[in-house]
Design a protein around this ligand. Structure first.
Ligand code: CIR
Length: 253
């Protein structure tokens, strides 16, 4: 059974980091409701949900993808690039230990946010951003090459994380909203989408993707390709530069 690691939003969510967008008020109750709906999408499809211990002192702790990335059945625990987020990894590590998931660790001076990591087959694109530095990318390469993964660094300057700009469909097509992508030529199969919030999809299975309900035209386009598209509202997280990928870590069988 696939497993999903999540962490409930902190009551301080509205104080989360912002880099590329203006701060607007966040509705904490609505955020909690949206988070519960997001988790239910997976639960109703048979995923086992594992809660990482709350870390309410970390406003951005709900964005667990930044702390842990899965590579097959091994996890990499990151060293988040923002000082305010570095403490999130302790509880994440404890959860991995409790769940019996082996992990590797990014260490100083490396920094890496999981939002900068996009896996397509055995290729691992890693965004070089304000959060992920060259040492972090080099360490990831050293950890993963012996395990058969090919790490490719890509420039990202217009959005917070690589996956704020591009993600991949089940067939490996890389999709992105072009105004937010530094250079689509880095990706062998790039296809543009018409909406900013249409850039992020989570592959639920070979035929199904999960995406924000704020990109209806993009959802229609994916349906026209024969995909099942599940949408969920995540407006309160989008106000903090979060997207549909970053609210969970997917541990697949
Ligand atoms: C941050 O700036 O770290 C949070 N406000 C948003 C993190 C979103 N994470 C992601 O896209 N992987």
């Amino acid at each position: 059974m696939p497993r999903l690691l999540v962490r409930r939003p902190s009551p301080r969510l509205a104080e989360g980091e912002l880099t590329h967008i203006e701060r607007v008020p966040v509705d904490a109750d609505l955020a909690l409701q949206q988070w519960e709906q997001y988790v239910d999408v997976y639960r109703s499809r048979g995923w086992e949900v594992i809660d990482i211990a709350p870390a309410d002192e970390h406003a951005d702790g709900v964005f667990v993808e930044d702390a842990v990335v899965m590579f097959g059945d091994v996890a990499v625990v990151t060293r988040p690039g923002a000082d305010s987020r570095r403490g999130e990894i302790e509880t994440a590590r404890a959860t991995l230990e409790g769940a019996g998931i082996p992990y590797l660790q990014i260490a100083e001076p490396g920094t890496l946010d999981g939002g900068d990591v996009l896996k397509v087959g055995r290729t691992v694109y890693v965004g070089r951003t304000l959060r992920t530095n060259d040492a972090g990318i080099a360490q990831l390469g050293d950890l993963l090459s012996p395990r058969g993964w090919n790490v490719v660094a890509v420039p990202v300057s217009k959005v917070l994380h690589l996956k704020s700009g591009v993600t991949a469909l089940p067939d490996g097509t890389i999709i992105g909203y072009e105004p937010l992508v530094d250079d689509p030529r880095f990706y062998p199969t790039f296809e543009g989408v018409p909406e900013e919030h249409g850039t992020a999809v989570v592959v639920l299975d070979e035929h199904t993707v999960l995406m924000s309900s704020d990109a209806p035209e993009t959802a229609e386009r994916f349906r026209a390709r024969g995909l099942e598209v599940v949408t969920t509202p995540i407006s309160e997280f989008e106000k903090l530069e979060g997207c549909v990928t970053c609210l969970s870590v997917r541990v697949r069988d």
